[in-house]
Design a protein around this ligand. Structure first.
Ligand code: ATP
Ligand code: MG
Length: 214
């Protein structure tokens, strides 16, 4: 995956945002844009998961659908890209595989920022090769509505003070939308207008996605 290098310092600052994106929604996009601005990122790359190990495979839309919806959603933002790395992988991938893939690319080594939910970060000790992960990238832990950043900070500080340098907290303007919420609304025949970009809304309609409750 090649990107124009318009950063004078030569070292690109790249955000990675992993997710099922079934479907991608405004919560994801607002989060990525906020992270881009606050951390002065050159790009944010959305990485839809192939076969997420922790979710029920049968209830997840085909990777092609999730990849295309994510591509449609980022089209209007020149700083946003989508990667098919995890979707094309033959075996299930872990965050460390994805980070390794992007940290040593054809254009040298960018500074990597992995954007993820604050709750997920608290489980980082269970992730594959988490020490190496913390060496290779910085984490941007975003808060979802109703989540206490203060509690997060205390938990992190008491469990692993050395992570302070590598984990930044980012409060996101209140957006309670989730993919589950969107899927449920479609199944109930309710509108999803303004919860996801219009081309994604159209794609869901055209392909009859989420019509049965999942
Ligand atoms: P689902 O309801 O199917 O679990 P989701 O809305 O949580 O979907 P994911 O694809 O699972 O979306 O999430 C990808 C990443 O985006 C995760 O790190 C998650 O914490 C974050 N995220 C999801 N929704 C929001 C939101 N509304 N605000 C901020 N971050 C979010
Ligand atoms: Mg989720």
């Amino acid at each position: 995956m090649l990107f124009p290098n318009d950063n004078n310092s030569g070292i690109m600052r790249v955000g990675l945002m992993g997710g099922t994106f079934d479907p991608i929604h405004m919560g994801h996009l607002v989060t990525a844009e906020e992270a881009r601005q606050q951390f002065d990122l050159d790009y944010v790359i959305f990485v839809p998961t192939g076969s997420p190990p922790h979710k029920d495979h049968d209830s997840i839309s085909l990777p092609e659908h999730r990849y295309l919806m994510t591509s449609l959603a980022v089209m209007s933002n020149p700083s946003f890209f989508v990667s098919s790395f995890e979707i094309n992988a033959k075996a299930p991938t872990y965050t460390i595989d994805t980070v390794r893939h992007f940290c040593c690319g054809e254009q040298g080594s960018p500074e990597l920022y992995f954007i993820t939910g604050a709750d997920a970060i608290l489980e980082i000790f269970t992730w594959k090769e988490y020490e190496e992960l913390l060496r290779l990238c910085t984490f941007i832990a975003v808060s979802r509505p109703g989540y206490s950043l203060e509690l997060f900070r205390q938990t992190l500080d008491s469990n692993c003070p050395e992570m302070q340098q590598k984990v930044h907290l980012l409060e996101i303007p209140a957006l309670a939308v989730s993919s589950t919420f969107i899927r449920e609304r479609v199944a109930l025949g309710k509108t999803i207008k303004y919860l996801t970009p219009e081309p994604v809304e159209q794609y869901i309609k055209n392909h009859g996605l989420y019509l049965v409750g999942k």
